[in-house]
Structures are given as C-alpha cells and as structure tokens.
Design a protein around this ligand. Structure first.
Ligand SMILES: Cc1ncc(COP(=O)(O)O)c(C=O)c1O
Length: 361
C-alpha cells in the first residue's frame, strides 16, 4: 500500500523527483555538478523572483536545522545582538543555537498558542540599542501558526534591525516579500514545501548583509561566506549530497511548471480546507482560529475518546501518516500537513479514513 505522508516533511515524492535520484554518478569537482548546483541556486532565487546581484542562495548538505544554524552563526557580526521571537519549538531552538555559540541574544517568550506580541517586541527594541537582528520562525510548525512577518518587519525597520527568518516549513508555499521586509537571510530545506528529499538545505542571504558581517562565522562546516565564495566560483568547500541535488533540481522544475509558490499555496489551501471542514463535521476542533494557520499544516484537538497513538495507527493502516503534537501538546493535538504529491482522491480517501477512525460504525 502506498503511504501518503501528512507529517511536515519528508513528503510523498512525485515520480519525477524519485527517479531523478537515479541520475548518473557524479563527482562534485566535475563541471556537470557545477551545472547542477548553478541551476538549483538560480531556481531557488526564481521562486521569489530575486535578483542575483542582491541575493545569494547558498546550498548546504544537512537538514533544515543546519541551514538555521548556518544563518545564525554566519550572518550576525561579532558585535551583533539577536532578539529571538519564541512561540514554539523552532523559535526556542534558535535560542538554543545562540546559547551554544555564546552569541549575545535576548528572547521574547510566548506560549505555543500565542502570536508574537508586537508591543513587547517594540519595547525590547526601543530599550536595547545594541540589537542588530530579530530572529523569527515564519511558519511555526509546532502549532501551524503563520507568524506575521509584515508587521514584524515594519517594527524592525523603525529600529534599523534586520530579520533572520526560519522559513524551513514555508519557503515555496507562503509569501516571503524579500523586497519589502528588512531580511538579512532566511533558512530553508529541500524536503518540505519544495517537495525534494531530505539532505539538502539552504540559506538565501542578502549579499550585502553577508559581506558586512565580516569574519562572522563561528564554525568551519556551516560558514555561509565560505560556501558562497566557492559556489559563486562554481565550486563547493565540501562534498555535497549529489543525489539529493538531483532530486531538488527536479522538484524546482516541477514547482515552476506547476505555476510557482502561489499555485502551490492554493493547492495546499484547497486540501487543508477540505480536511478542516470534514473534521469540523466530525466534531473535531482546530487548535487555532480560522485564518491564523499556514496553508501548510493545521493542528487539531484529539477527540476525548481517542488517543493519538490509536488515531495514528488507524490512519496508518489506511495509508496515511499523521503527526503528533510536541511536548505539552502531545496529549492534546494531532497535526496534518499538506505538502508533497497529494491528489484530490487522496483527500477524499483521507476524509473517509478519518470518519472510520473517529466515528467507527
Ligand atoms: C520551522 C522549522 N524549523 C526548523 C525545522 C528543523 O528541520 P530539520 O528537522 O530538517 O532539521 C523544522 C522541522 O520541521 C521546522 O518545521
């Protein structure tokens, strides 16, 4: 039985992406690899229509966290100070990274159900003149909330502070206005909204921000400047994951053929709205009110009579893998993500499977 992955990445692959991984063996020092890398770098900028004189996409081998860690440790200058907005696991992880590197930072904590509180953020920026960057998660996958970058960006501009965005679970399906927002860099991965496979992640950085960070990098392996210098010369500092590059190139071609991020957003929304209204008819309430979640993932309260494990297993037996809540939400919620190759008939089968699991007979 084919499994449809409704966890937030890795995703159910298209045939083209899967088959792309069977491409010819390739040495990462050969011109064919340089060509593949250049195509991916160009296509990543094309997703949001970015000009390569101002922006650079930088490819790394690793999962999404590697890109987030590379961004934080390479883009913030030695005398920088980062304000982290926490309203879920991934915001909290950014704080953990900064702590581990001993980088000056402050944090604004929220519960996992709260939106970023702009008045607290503004107050912090107003009273901490040494602040240089605000780090935020765009789509906080913990709850499914899409954090409002526009309002946050306006606030950052007033205090001449740049944004560092974890766009791991939004890049390719949600709006990211690189020209309006004061973005220094974003971090993302191949295996979520882009529909590639795990193993390749990337940052998109303002060339100016990276250059003015000076000798910022705190690590050898995750040094974005070193990657950028080499990749601009069609090289790579380290061995890259060639087969996952093949898959990402195929996935980016598919995204373009499909109509780009707006079309993808529309298909995710169509899918998740159908599931959300079906669940509502079954008496299952969403965690967040209408309009607050991303198009990528919605979280729902578990029915009182069904444990997560039982719901998960009943759906898996019918070909669908859902996702648990994390930590204190684990006993309360389940999450359904809409990334990857999912057809309207998969959604119809999913709704039937949910009915059977939640309302047997
Ligand atoms: C918003 C966000 N940031 C970071 C990560 C970490 O990515 P990875 O598990 O690929 O390291 C995830 C994973 O789901 C995520 O959703």
């Amino acid at each position: 039985m084919k499994m449809i992955l409704l966890n937030p990445g890795p995703v159910t692959l298209s045939t083209k992406v899967r088959e792309a991984m069977l491409g010819p063996d390739l040495c990462h020092r050969e011109p064919e690899f340089a060509q593949l890398q250049a195509e991916i770098r160009r296509r990543l900028l094309d997703v949001y229509g970015l000009d390569k004189t101002d922006w650079a996409s930088i490819l790394l081998t690793g999962s999404g966290t590697a890109a987030v860690e590379a961004m934080l440790s390479s883009v913030v200058p030695r005398n920088g100070h980062v304000l982290v907005i926490e309203n879920g696991t991934y915001g909290e992880r950014m704080t953990k990274i900064l702590q581990r590197y001993g980088m000056p930072h402050s944090r604004i904590e929220h519960t996992w159900l709260e939106a970023p509180d702009l008045s607290r953020i503004e107050q912090q920026l107003a009273t901490t003149p040494e602040m240089t960057h605000v780090a935020v998660v765009h789509h906080e996958t913990t709850s499914g909330r899409l954090n409002d970058l526009k309002a946050l960006g306006e606030c950052c501009r007033r205090y001449r502070v740049s944004l560092l965005v974890d766009a791991v679970s939004s890049f390719g399906a949600e709006e990211l206005d690189f020209n309006e927002l004061p973005i220094a860099a974003i971090a993302a991965t191949a295996n979520k909204c882009l529909h590639g496979v795990p193993g390749t992640c990337f940052a998109i950085a303002s060339r100016e921000a990276l250059a003015s960070a000076g000798n910022a990098s705190r690590t050898v392996y995750l040094d974005l400047q070193a990657y950028l210098e080499q990749q601009d010369r069609h090289g790579t500092p380290f061995t890259q994951s060639v087969q996952t590059f093949y898959a990402l190139a195929a996935a980016l071609r598919e995204l373009e053929d499909e109509g780009g991020w707006r079309t993808r957003r529309h298909s995710y929304l169509t899918r998740i709205n159908a599931v959300r209204s079906h669940l509502r008819n079954l008496g299952i309430e969403p965690l967040l009110a209408e309009g607050l979640s991303s198009c990528v993932l919605h979280a729902f309260y578990l029915p009182p009579t069904l444990s997560y494990a039982n719901l998960h297993d009943a759906l898996k037996a019918r070909g669908f893998v859902i996702y648990a809540g994390q930590s204190n939400l684990a006993q309360q919620i389940f999450r359904i993500s809409m990334m990857g190759e999912i057809t309207p008939s998969d959604i119809a089968r999913l709704c039937a499977a949910l009915t059977e699991a939640i309302r047997p007979n």
